[in-house]
Design a protein around this ligand. Structure first.
Ligand SMILES: NC(=O)c1ccc[n+]([C@@H]2O[C@H](COP(=O)([O-])OP(=O)(O)OC[C@H]3O[C@@H](n4cnc5c(N)ncnc54)[C@H](O)[C@@H]3O)[C@@H](O)[C@H]2O)c1
Length: 250
């Protein structure tokens, strides 16, 4: 297949879904993965209905065995993955006074180790020009987030992983970058147990210089750019996409 092979984790909804649709629309073969089977299959159907190419695989990024098996299959069938969007993530609201080892571990397991699990087996077969994009957060780059210390920790860890991997693989022509979204209108943001809840737009917009939430497609477009040859000299960076929130003076 001469299409690029684009592997996306957590691609059934939100930013992952928007990224899958974006890569599908530009003619890549999208490997849609998620723990949400129905949602993931619906994304594949949407890409295919629009004339694109995609396939769904159930993948829980907490499983090294499952990630290894999927990536091995992709390496065998396609000769390697061209783009990885390590996107799957959870943000559980837990005050530090109630934090257990299990909850702490769960967040790092999905948000940080989950990225390692898909990237590690893919790297040996990735070729010159390949690209990896990891989802961090403004809660990893700039802000502390109360009742989300485990999340901020994981998202800061993503930045270290991006920088280290970028340097380690630069000579092989594999670029590694991150995206740090601000407040983006997704299920994660709108869930009060995870983030700001249904009033997210009212709560956050006054502090955002652009006075609105971001849309998933506005993150997907930056991911698309980072994965393209237009970003051929860009590696080891984390691009903040937040409507001006972090440079603002509030
Ligand atoms: N929405 C925001 O405002 C925002 C801000 C900063 C960073 N982010 C990051 O962007 C990424 C996408 O977030 P979103 O807002 O689209 O979230 P979302 O909750 O809408 O989607 C998250 C996706 O990850 C999947 N997922 C969760 N656990 C998984 C697991 N164990 N294995 C595989 N998939 C799993 C979910 O099923 C879902 O498809 C996350 O890493 C998130 O932390 C989001």
């Amino acid at each position: 297949m001469d299409k690029r092979i684009v592997l996306i984790t957590g691609a059934g909804i939100g930013i992952g879904r928007a990224s899958a649709l974006t890569f599908g629309a530009q003619g890549d073969h999208v490997i849609v993965t998620d723990v949400l089977e129905e949602k993931g299959k619906a994304v594949v159907a949407e890409i295919v209905a629009a004339g694109g190419s995609a396939e769904f695989h159930l993948l829980d990024v907490r499983s090294t065995k499952a990630a290894d098996a999927l990536v091995h299959d992709l390496n065998t069938r396609f000769g390697g993955v061209d783009v990885i969007v390590a996107n799957a993530g959870i943000a559980l609201r837990v005050p530090m006074s109630e934090m257990t080892d299990e909850t702490w571990h769960e967040t790092l397991d999905v948000d940080l180790y989950g990225m390692l699990r898909v990237i590690r087996p893919a790297l040996p077969a990735m070729k010159q020009g390949a690209s990896i994009i990891c989802l961090s957060s403004i809660m990893g780059t700039n802000y502390g987030w109360d009742e989300h210390v485990h999340y901020s920790t994981a998202k800061s860890g993503v930045i270290g992983m991006v920088r280290g991997l970028a340097v380690e693989y630069a000579a092989k022509g594999i670029r590694v970058n991150g995206v740090a979204p601000g407040y983006i209108r997704t299920a994660q943001l709108l869930n009060p147990g995870h983030s700001l809840g249904p009033d997210a737009a009212d709560i956050a917009s006054p502090y955002i210089p652009m006075k609105r939430l971001g849309e998933p497609s506005e993150i997907a477009n930056v991911i698309k750019f980072l994965a393209s040859s237009d970003a051929s000299y860009l590696t080891g960076q984390v691009v903040t996409v937040d409507g001006g929130l972090t440079p603002g003076r509030y």
